[in-house]
Design a protein around this ligand. Structure first.
Ligand code: ZN
Length: 214
């Protein structure tokens, strides 16, 4: 008996949307989330573009993200969530060519990482890296200061709160094209700040990639 089969027997998975047994997100409920079938371009101050698979507003989406990042910290949800990104890439007409990119997850401060047990962006990144066949590099962008939970801040406060909290290992990203990955994009303050420091350290371009956009 393989390990996965054994675990499925012990801990059967139920769909977060309809409770059907088999997976955390069944195909029908995935369709309800509404994976975007076209790429909506985005242009930020430092992010050249942004790819997102689905809107964040759907209560099912919020529930999935919540159970992933907070209690019960279902790390395995990274598979269902990254599948949304992969499906989005497969649905859009003009496939982006990321073959020359490296994938970098938005980092967590060490205390947060210890509390959650994993970096949600990195977990999603692992699956996406396999799909795109590009390397995932997790140790060249670090968060060196703690920030208050972004959810409690106003947009202007968010921008200020992330200033100077990231550190880059310059030699790893110089001249690189970077796909910066995270779970959710809301105001974009965090991703824009990451992109800013990456570009300042010599990255050629930075494109964002998230499961959901608020
Ligand atoms: Zn379902």
């Amino acid at each position: 008996m393989n390990k996965k089969f054994f675990l499925d027997l012990l801990f059967p998975r139920f769909c977060f949307g309809c409770q059907k047994e088999g997976s955390y997100l069944c195909e029908d409920c995935q369709n309800i989330l509404g994976i975007l079938e076209s790429h909506q371009t985005y242009s930020g101050k430092n992010l050249k573009d942004l790819y997102w698979a689905t809107p964040y507003q759907n209560p099912l989406m919020k529930k999935l993200i919540h159970c992933f990042k907070y209690e019960p910290f279902l790390k395995e949800l990274s598979k269902s969530l990254s599948l949304l990104i992969i499906n989005h890439f497969q649905l859009i007409e003009k496939q982006p060519d990321f073959s020359e990119f490296i994938l970098i997850p938005v980092p967590l401060y060490k205390k947060r990482l210890k509390w959650r047990g994993f970096n949600q962006a990195e977990e999603i990144g692992k699956e996406v890296s396999e799909f795109l066949k590009i390397p995932l590099i997790s140790n060249c962008l670090l968060k060196i200061k703690e920030t208050p939970p972004q959810i409690e801040l106003l947009e202007t406060e968010r921008k200020e709160s992330v200033l100077g909290v990231f550190w880059v290992k310059k030699e790893e990203i110089e001249e690189e094209k970077i796909l910066l990955i995270d779970d959710v994009f809301t105001t974009g303050a965090t991703m824009e700040e990451c992109a800013r420091v990456l570009k300042k350290a010599g990255a050629k371009e930075v494109i964002g990639l998230v499961v959901a956009r608020g």
